[in-house]
Design a protein around this ligand. Sequence first.
Ligand code: CTP
Length: 472
Amino acid sequence: MNLEHALKDPIFKIISKSADELDMECYVVGGFVRDFLLDRNTAQDIDIVAIGSGIELAKQVAKNLPNQSKVSIFKTYGTAMLRHGTIALEFVGARKESYRKESRNPEVEDGNLDDDQKRRDFTINALAIGLNASNFGTLLDPFNGIKDLENKRIVTPLDPNITFSDDPLRMLRAVRFATQLEFEIDPKSLGAIKDNFQRINIITKERIVVELHKILESPKPSIGFLLLEKTGLLDVILPEITALKGIDDVEGQRHKDNFYHTLEVVDNIAKHTDNVWLRWTALLHDIGKAPTKKFSKKVGWTFHGHELKGSKMVYHLFKRLKMPLNDKMKYVQKLVFMSSRPIALSNENITDAAVRRLVFDAGEYIDDLMTLCEADITTKNPRKFKKYHNNFKLVRQKMIEVEERDRIRDFQPPVTGEEIMKAFELKPCREIGIIKEFIKEAILEGHIPNEYQAAYDLMLEKGTQLGLTTAS
Ligand code: CTP
């Protein structure tokens, strides 16, 4: 097959010329070829395999580029990187052993294209296109990756036990590609993941999280989480999620299976947001339910305090996975903590005061919180489904009304501490806080509007009540 039309970008001609100058064979492989054939946005990361020194080839390409791009060399890995506009070119010399594992070992023997292709993770990632003038555009597909692309299959080129032991991260990559591309993992490869899942423990957390993110960013993340669960990987990586599995039945009283519910919520939210942190929130919103689950004859199953428990667990989970313990984590924690608030609200008579309080507590996260809560509606009862969505519509409507009037979202105290001090000739003291809190509460409860004059009058009233005297 000739794929010259995949190589329209002028950079390929420059690589071709450079390789011929060095009398070196070279190929474009991996994601670029796969995504071109799948008609996906072709990758901006382009992998080039040289039958020889990848570093030498990179240097030659840099020489031939008009703007003399800088080559970054990774000696221990035997690779070189070159940026050209928005494209990142990675050059590697073909090796006899898995280039991922053995490239860290300088002793490893150089290999030919075939050696390189069979040491790659999946047949769909082992497709190569020739770049030399003699074979420019020729597809080399020794493992029938094209057929696997057509049949939507993730298959390892070698015995999967070998491929996965070369780099156990590939087990997770298999799940990630299955999710991103909506492909099936070949039964033999799937079986090998089930046999080897514990080996994921030798992989760094950072690499694992990259794959988790890609699964979560996919159109239907549940595909990945179901596969992770089925293979045993999920229990190693995210035991908080597997702990949600199962339905308990005591004296005929059952609760829903929170694992499958969670996956539905994640799929629902994926239709409404690309924000991966909001998707994380959907995945983690119920994790506090496993440790807080209780049964009593009187009320059946309860999960009291699961939101607080869950938000604390978020910290430990992020820490364990070496995820950032920054504002992203705080965002996830806060949304998990507040995840039941709008639901509780929409079950009651929706008062202005309750809506104001919700907006006040959620602050800038209110829209995301509402998106989460709407995704959380997974009832199969059409009547209830409609009712809950209608209630949320009402909450949203009221939020708009209340916000127009009282601007609670970015609440700033209408009377400042300084003004209170001035009015009563005070030095910093407890009373200032009490008055500020009293004004805020009055606004949230709707006793006064969020306006300066009303707040000032209330300040005078409360101050007098506290025994303070105004400045004359
Ligand atoms: N590869 C591999 N084993 C790994 C990682 C990568 O064999 N553990 C090979 C595959 O041939 C892959 C190529 O290296 O296609 C490039 O890897 P990478 O950039 O991580 O992935 P892509 O396939 O390009 O896909 P994506 O950009 O979606 O991550």
